[in-house]
Design a protein around this ligand. Structure first.
Ligand SMILES: *[C@@H]1O[C@H](CO)[C@@H](O)[C@H](O)[C@H]1NC(C)=O
Ligand SMILES: *[C@@H]1O[C@H](CO)[C@@H](O)[C@H](O)[C@H]1NC(C)=O
Ligand SMILES: *[C@@H]1O[C@H](CO)[C@@H](O)[C@H](O)[C@H]1NC(C)=O
Length: 780
């Protein structure tokens, strides 16, 4: 009998669901029925074990904060690498692979329940070679085995638990397991013993099955990426993407699902672009309204940290109220850029303030002295210095009593005897018994607590208490400051100080774009400092390659892991994008030069000449059984989507035609998906809209230290126009851009004044010296 595979899997309590649609889910399910039979092998009798506990946990030599959190488990953990693989082969043992990351709540739960359990540790140590992977360090390993887990079950998530043969082929997998058997789920101990028994009694079948699974997975990774000849019609792709987003749009609260609700900056960027290409149509207006409303509701919601700034990862409910409290660098980077663009388009200061709020959080809490950015802050923390157990959100939530205690002052000038706390609690939806719906708090961690959410507009709150608007604003700002200080007394959540090239890239883009749009030089400087950090610590100038990660060392030094992890496609793509954004904000062509160099390297290492588009990983690693291509824009955009725009930008800065061709080939490779379900690739759908794959070049001839040039630049920075690059022609004919783009030499200042030209395909408009005229042309 074949047991339902769900028995081995995470139940409803398991969080980070993969919010991903698979267009080929059904046909794939048919092809993989036999994969499920593999799971049958994990059924059978019981077993018992004895022996003396001895362990040598090798994670202590690692640098990843997540791996170090497991360095004292009574489990002989190995990092992913030769030493572990050889041991498995030599001793003919199965591998138990556990993949997680530092802000993953259920990863911590499984650690406490199972990996800190000496008896379970003993079963693992005697019979398996145990490998722990930080998925943020090794997205390549994660992706291969997650593909397997998703294919053989109804979902996937973290912690991911997979069992592999000594030659690394997966045969059973799941996510979180409770330690012991329950009513609905087989416990981790039982699973281990059953797998072990099959390995002892039924090895041949198990090995044969793992071979078949591999073949099926290989076939799976071909799906969706085909080398068609021509890119799909961008009209069709963007119209369908808009339609699909509209269908899932939540009119009341914004966002694109009921719950949980993720920020999805890729959707918002698509909508901005869609609006820009159809400014005067009702569809365009609706696209803009959807994006702006979503950004506003998020900023009011509890997903936004009103006291210590920045955004949490997602909310569990429909109204953005109760979040999971971790804060990820990649969200801050993308959201800062999205709010800055919302300001650029709408002119509403509100959005500029939110962008500034995010950048304050990152500058203060996620910044290393070297200039790099840390990865994340955890959701769980100790409620007080005396607590033994961490709780989700403990650092961020409030009881009504605490707020009264921190804000006891009476408010001047109102007749009723009201305190500051009364006004604050009204505005931020604080309730005496807590404002968290018990349904959204299955573990009772938030009982009696309040997650702040803006409940009323400033005008309404002011009217309610008879306060002036400015008086209310000052009162709330002062109160937030006091609560911030009070919160500072609580134990902080764990900070993941690992620095990743890709996420640093997204954050640099956030600082650079916000700096340009809001006219804040300090943001552009912060972006440049981070780019210099990448250049000196995560780039090997002699090989021309990026590194994936580095770490905070002793005495504010920066450390590498003993076996350096080379950059993946996403590292190249997000860093290149960051450098283009930084060039446009700083006009320092040093960043362009590096971007172009990295683009060539990316082509060498990742391009697939047969199927087109880029692979996520280099070819060289024999321990990776599959070389795959990401095909969904999720919480982070997929690298191939961003690569399309990068290639077009690179071509506009160099005249290198090959890059335009590659951009077209990527779109062609994903054409089926783009035509059927573009909503899973909104960033690529957006990129496809560049007309004839040509970006408009805005060339400013001038000297940025002079006011006339700055006025034209401000005009460019204040108008939203996707599919445009900005070029400064400073007259230095030996500079990088003049060498690459000979047509620049023919463009001159008119009457000695700073002059703009609009060029397309290297053919330019008449010279423009007035900023009103330039604005008129930039906003057709
Ligand atoms: C060996 O595995 C096969 C296929 O999963 C299964 O049908 C068979 O019952 C197993 N044999 C034993 C002894 O467990
Ligand atoms: C940099 O790359 C060169 C050439 O591939 C290599 O020999 C060297 O070990 C690398 N340096 C570091 C610090 O990884
Ligand atoms: C630019 O020129 C190329 C051929 O060199 C052509 O295919 C493309 O359509 C042109 N783009 C525009 C916007 O005219």
């Amino acid at each position: 009998m074949i047991p339902a595979p769900v028995l081995l899997l995470c139940r409803t309590s398991c969080r980070p669901l993969l919010l991903r649609l698979g267009p080929n889910r059904t046909s794939w399910a048919r092809r993989t029925i036999f994969l499920r039979t593999a799971l049958a092998m994990a059924t059978g009798g019981k077993n018992s074990h004895s022996g003396s506990p001895q362990y040598t946990n090798r994670l202590i030599h690692e640098k990843s904060p997540y791996l170090l959190q497991h360095a004292h488990n009574p489990v002989n953990w190995y990092p992913w690498g030769q030493e572990a693989f050889e041991k498995a082969k030599r001793e003919d043992k199965l591998i138990f692979l556990s993949v997680g990351y530092s802000t993953c709540h259920w990863c911590h739960v499984m650690e406490q329940e199972s990996f800190q359990n000496v008896e379970i540790g003993q079963i693992l140590n005697e019979n398996f070679v145990c490998i722990k992977v930080d998925r943020e360090e090794r997205p390549d390993v994660d992706k291969v085995y997650m593909t397997f887990v998703q294919a053989t079950s109804s979902g996937g998530g973290w912690p991911m638990s997979v069992w592999l043969t000594p030659d690394l082929k997966p045969f059973v997998g799941g996510t979180y397991f409770p330690p012991e058997d329950g009513i609905y789920q087989v416990g981790f101990r039982t699973v281990l013993l059953r797998i072990l028994e099959q390995w002892k009694r039924n090895k041949t079948t198990l090995l044969e099955n793992s071979q078949k699974i591999m073949s099926a997975l290989l076939a799976r990774t071909d799906v969706g990426v085909r080398g068609e000849e021509v890119p799909p019609s961008s009209q069709e792709v963007t119209a369908r993407c808009f339609q699909q987003l509209s269908e899932s749009y939540d009119e009341e609260y914004g966002g694109f699902s009921e719950s949980p609700k993720f920020p999805t900056p890729v959707n918002l960027n698509f909508l901005f672009s869609y609006w820009a290409l159809r400014r005067s149509t009702s569809e365009g207006a609706r696209a803009l309204q959807m994006a702006l409303h979503t950004l506003k509701m998020m900023a009011y919601g509890g997903i936004h940290d009103h006291i210590a700034q920045g955004f949490h990862r997602y909310s569990t409910d429909q109204r953005w109220h109760v979040p999971h409290f971790e804060k990820m660098l990649y969200d801050q980077g993308q959201l800062a850029a999205a709010y800055a663009k919302a300001f650029q388009i709408s002119g509403e200061e509100f959005f500029a303030d939110v962008a500034a709020d995010i950048l304050l959080y990152v500058s203060r809490d996620l910044s290393d002295r070297s200039g790099g950015f840390y990865s994340a802050e955890d959701a769980d923390s100790y409620p007080s210095l005396q607590s033994k157990e961490k709780q989700e959100g403990a650092f961020c939530v409030w009881t009504a009593e605490e707020i009264r205690w921190v804000l006891p002052d009476p408010v001047e000038g109102i007749p009723e005897r009201k305190t500051t706390a009364d006004v604050f609690m009204h505005h931020y939806g604080v309730k005496e018994d807590g404002n968290v719906n018990p349904m959204k708090d299955p573990h009772n961690e938030l009982k009696g607590k309040n997650v702040l959410i803006v409940q009323y507009s400033l005008e309404l709150t002011a009217a309610r208490f008879g306060l002036g608007l400015e008086q209310l604003k000052a009162l709330l700002a002062k109160s937030r400051e006091k609560l911030y200080k009070a919160r500072g007394q609580r134990p902080r959540p764990h900070l993941d100080t690992k620095m990743l090239a890709s996420w640093n890239g997204l954050m640099i883009s956030g600082f650079a774009q916000s700096g340009a749009i809001l006219g804040k030089k300090e943001y552009v400087d912060r972006a440049a400092r981070a780019a210099s950090f990448l250049q000196s610590h995560m780039f090997n100038a002699s090989s021309g390659k990026l590194l994936r990660s580095c770490y905070q060392g002793q005495d504010s030094s920066v450390e590498q892991s003993s076996v350096p992890i080379h950059g993946f496609l996403e590292d190249y793509v997000f860093v290149i994008q960051a450098l283009f954004d930084l060039y446009e904000a700083s006009l320092n062509s040093q960043w362009l030069e590096w971007a172009v160099q990295l683009q060539h390297k990316q082509d060498d290492l990742f391009w697939d000449p047969k199927g087109f588009a880029y692979f996520s990983t280099e070819a060289a690693d024999p321990s990776l059984l599959l070389r795959m291509k990401d095909d969904q824009d999720g919480a982070e955009p997929s690298p191939n989507s961003i690569a399309v725009t990068n290639l077009l930008r690179a071509a506009s800065y160099t005249g290198h035609k090959e890059w335009v061709k590659k951009a077209g080939q990527i779109l062609a490779a994903f054409s089926e998906r783009l035509l059927k379900i573009p909503v899973v690739l909104p960033e690529m759908a957006r990129a496809s809209a560049a007309s004839h794959l040509t970006l408009q070049q805005v060339v400013i001839c001038g000297d940025p230290s002079r006011e006339d040039t700055r006025e034209l630049l401000r005009c460019v920075y204040s108008t939203y126009a996707p599919n445009r690059v900005l070029i400064l022609a400073d007259g230095d004919s030996t500079g990088f851009l003049y060498r690459r783009l000979p047509f620049l030499s023919s463009l001159e200042k008119k009457d000695g004044k700073a002059t703009a030209y609009l060029c397309e395909n290297f053919t330019c408009s008449l010279p423009i010296t007035s900023s009103q005229e330039l604005r008129r042309i930039l906003l057709p």
